[in-house]
Design a protein around this ligand. Structure first.
Ligand code: SAM
Length: 226
């Protein structure tokens, strides 16, 4: 699941000439691997995640001298990458778990002019639907399955959350982006999931954002310019 969305985002980040790339909330490095497969031989990739335990897995399994690891919150990205020097920030399956305005501000600080910020949001969280996602989803969501396994095998029950706080619809995203000066939304697309597991991870909105002064090119769900 994370591989295909990671490859999709890495592709959208246009990495061919990139020198410095950040894999934001990179976890075990699945997205970093997708980035490394497209990045030039002399590029540097920083995989940043707040969970050192996730990164320990990646450190063991990925052996590429271009990759370095930073165990830190995404909100502190600006302390781990040089200002206005990053060609692309890629964030797969995680942005809604962060303090979004703080992360966008940090991304703005590190991206070079014309750099790209590429991320996705689960369809349920973004309040979007895709025609392919409207049928056949009768099973439990991935989140619900994970919670069932956590309760059954580890006796862990997460604290209840207010689901509304997790919503991240496109208007809120564009508002947060504009607030920090990431003004140019070059592409959004509603995509169908590769693996249907139902629920909130089903679809993705993938805004590619670059700085500065490019035209707005939103795309509708069927790919036509909006
Ligand atoms: C679903 S995983 C995705 C990992 C990776 N991007 C991938 O595609 O394999 C979400 C990751 O976000 C990280 N994360 C969540 N909130 C974070 C934050 N505020 N700062 C840094 N990492 C965070 C978690 O530790 C976890 O590794």
């Amino acid at each position: 699941m994370y591989s295909s969305s990671s490859r999709d985002l890495a592709h959208r980040a246009h990495l061919t000439d990139s020198r410095l790339i950040v894999d934001l909330c990179g976890g075990t490095g699945v997205t970093a691997e997708a980035i490394l497969s497209l990045a030039p031989p002399d590029a540097r990739v920083i995989s940043l995640d707040s969970a050192a335990a996730m990164q320990r897995i990646g450190r063991r399994t990925i052996n590429d001298p271009r990759l370095s690891w930073a165990a830190a919150p995404a909100e502190d990205l600006a302390m781990h990458a040089p200002a206005h020097a990053v060609d692309a920030v890629v964030c797969n399956s995680a942005i809604w778990k962060t303090d979004v305005p703080a992360v966008f501000a940090s991304v703005h600080r590190v991206l070079r002019p014309g750099g790209r910020f590429v991320f996705n949001v689960g369809g349920g969280l973004a309040s979007v639907t895709h025609p392919d996602g409207q049928t056949g989803h009768t099973g439990p969501s991935l989140r619900s399955l994970i919670q069932q396994i956590a309760a059954r095998d580890y006796g862990y029950t997460p604290l209840p959350t207010n689901g509304d706080n997790l919503k991240l619809p496109l208007p809120a995203i564009t508002h947060h982006l504009a607030d920090v000066g990431l003004l140019t939304l070059v592409d959004t697309e509603v995509t169908a999931p590769v693996h249907h597991h139902g629920g909130e991870e089903g679809m993705a909105v993938d805004p590619g954002i670059c700085l500065p002064r490019r035209r707005l090119h939103p795309r509708t769900a069927d790919g036509d310019p909006g």
